[in-house]
Design a protein. Structure first.
Length: 66
């Protein structure tokens, strides 16, 4: 059996990638409505954080079994 952190890392890796790619898309094609913090592009930052943390958890527990 794989530890739960393997699957948590996988989910964070995939969802972070989706959020990051959405942020890149919104950077290229900006929305018609501006929000207060849209100039700092939070999708890119949080997507990158989720990918990094998910990648660390995924690859650290990839070969472990319980």
């Amino acid at each position: 059996m794989k530890p739960i952190w393997y699957f948590v890392g996988l989910i964070l890796l995939v969802m972070g990638g989706i959020i990051f790619l959405t942020g890149i898309y919104l950077l290229i094609n900006p929305s018609l409505r501006e929000t207060v913090l849209s100039s700092i592009h939070p999708n890119i930052w949080w997507g990158a954080v989720m990918v990094a943390f998910g990648g660390i958890m995924f690859f650290k527990t990839k070969n472990k079994t319980v």
